[in-house]
Design a protein around this ligand. Structure first.
Ligand code: SAH
Ligand code: SF4
Ligand code: F3S
Length: 424
């Protein structure tokens, strides 16, 4: 039986693409194995969003290529965003790669498998395998991005923005629910511009929420230029939609936002936060922040700190600017010294971490609805891991409980970025 090992870098969209490819391979008899040394096929799904992500992927591919020198029959596929960005050139810089498959081609996993597997093994008998599904999965609702934020490589590696027809999304979610999935996260770079023949993302949410057996719906990402009051109203009206809005702000300085081509102001962002807090008072709001964009000065950075202090995000992903060749910002002088970028990033992380801690601490004593994801071990003790209706992680001392169940729990204490709770 052929075997496959997946290594996935990057965002949730990559996780979804890897999952789709894994399933198409499973239908051809490829069984997942836990150790890359034992695999007949290694698939590395890559990310190009920052230089660091690319360096890590290159190092990992080189490690796999070293294994391959001992097992020449092994095949290595490099797929995803870096594959799109560098194409066949990757084969020259890292010897040992058999196929380079760019992110846009992965939209049709079935076609990928037909092209790269079936043509080699057209006569072989196939014994399909059935990899287990988790209880929570990602489902793309949009592909690509047309926003061209000045720093961002995604529009170049993922192609034009397209909405997946609502019928297809509903079919994909329903199939997963039949397989035992209880929660889905709908994915798009900017779900607020979803448009299927005039039906918007609110309409899509309502259709997905009507799927029987689906307990929770999450989605990401919302772009502040397009987040509408209608959508927040819709979320408020559907109990299955989780109370979590990821709304990347990137910077608290209007001058920097404009250079970034984000197409909103800090004032607009603040009105969105007010609107969300009014309509969804318990919602977790999270964000992405990017420091050290070209020309960012201390006063710009101070505005970012001020915004973070005032909004009090439940959590944030924070990054130092990394030049991506081919983007608009690559034409600007990358003039914030590396040390300054790291210094600002550390100050921001310190501030946000203290806010996250205090939000988690403020939950102690409260009753939360936790979806159980499965068992974990922490310092020798067994726990059941889960998430509340927002985005907060919860652990409860292990009890025998089927993953996918929603439990009422009381928060007992918080340890940084996790709530320790007990079952009521
Ligand atoms: N579509 C999402 C973001 C996808 S990329 C949105 O618009 O919000 C995820 C995050 O990576 C971005 O929000 C940004 O904070 C960060 N990022 C993107 N390009 C970057 C770069 N060149 N350097 C550093 N961080 C970057
Ligand atoms: Fe990148 Fe902007 Fe598109 Fe997000 S919206 S993927 S940051 S270009
Ligand atoms: Fe995602 Fe990285 Fe590609 S963030 S879309 S995997 S460049």
């Amino acid at each position: 039986m052929p075997s496959v090992y997946f290594q996935t870098f990057g965002c949730q969209m990559n996780v979804a693409d890897s999952d789709a490819l894994q399933r198409a391979l499973a239908a051809r008899g490829y069984a997942p194995v836990p150790a890359p040394e034992d695999a007949d096929l290694i698939v590395v799904n890559t990310c190009s969003v920052r230089e660091h992500a690319e360096l890590r992927a290159r190092a990992r591919i080189a490690e796999f290529a070293a294994v391959k020198t001992r097992r020449p029959e092994m095949r290595i596929w490099v797929i995803g965003c870096m594959a799109e960005r560098f194409g066949e050139k990757l084969k020259e810089t890292i010897p040992g790669i058999d196929a380079v498959i760019g992110a846009p081609e992965l939209v049709d996993a079935e076609a990928v498998v037909q092209r790269y597997i079936d043509k080699e093994k057209h006569a072989a008998a196939v014994n399909p395998v059935h990899p287990a599904r988790g209880v929570s999965e990602f489902v793309p609702v949009m592909r690509g991005c047309d926003n061209y934020c000045a720093y961002c490589v995604v529009p170049f590696v993922r192609g034009r923005e397209t909405s997946i027809p609502a019928d297809d999304v509903v079919r994909a979610v329903s199939e997963r629910v039949k397989d035992g999935v209880c929660e889905v996260t709908l994915l798009g770079q900017n779900v607020n511009s979803y448009n299927d023949n005039g039906n918007d993302f609110s309409d899509l949410l309502r259709r997905v929420a009507a799927i029987e057996g689906l307990l929770r719906i999450r989605f990401t990402t919302s772009h502040p230029k397009d987040l509408s009051e209608k959508l927040v109203h819709t979320i408020a009206g559907i109990p299955a939609v989780c109370r979590h809005i990821h709304l990347p702000v990137q910077s608290g300085s209007d001058r920097i936002l404009s250079l970034m081509n984000r197409r909103y102001t800090v004032a607009h962002y603040r009105t969105l936060i007010e609107m969300i807090r009014k309509l969804l008072p318990d919602a977790d709001i999270t964000t992405d922040l990017l420091v050290g964009f070209p020309s960012e000065g201390e006063e710009d950075f101070a505005s970012t700190l001020e915004l973070v202090e005032q909004v009090r995000f439940t959590a944030a992903f924070m990054f130092a600017y990394s030049v991506r060749q081919g983007t608009a910002a690559a034409k600007l002088d990358d003039d914030v010294p590396r040390g300054t970028k790291t210094g600002r990033l550390n100050r921001l992380i310190t501030l946000q971490t203290s806010i996250t801690r205090s939000i988690y601490e403020s939950m102690v004593g409260r009753t939360l609805a936790m979806m159980a994801y499965g068992p974990v071990e922490k310092r020798g003790a067994k726990f059941l891991k889960g998430q509340d209706r927002g985005c907060k992680r919860i652990l409860i001392p292990c009890i025998d409980m089927k993953a996918g169940t929603i439990l009422q729990v009381r928060a007992v204490r918080s340890s940084g970025m996790t709530i320790i709770a007990e079952r009521i």
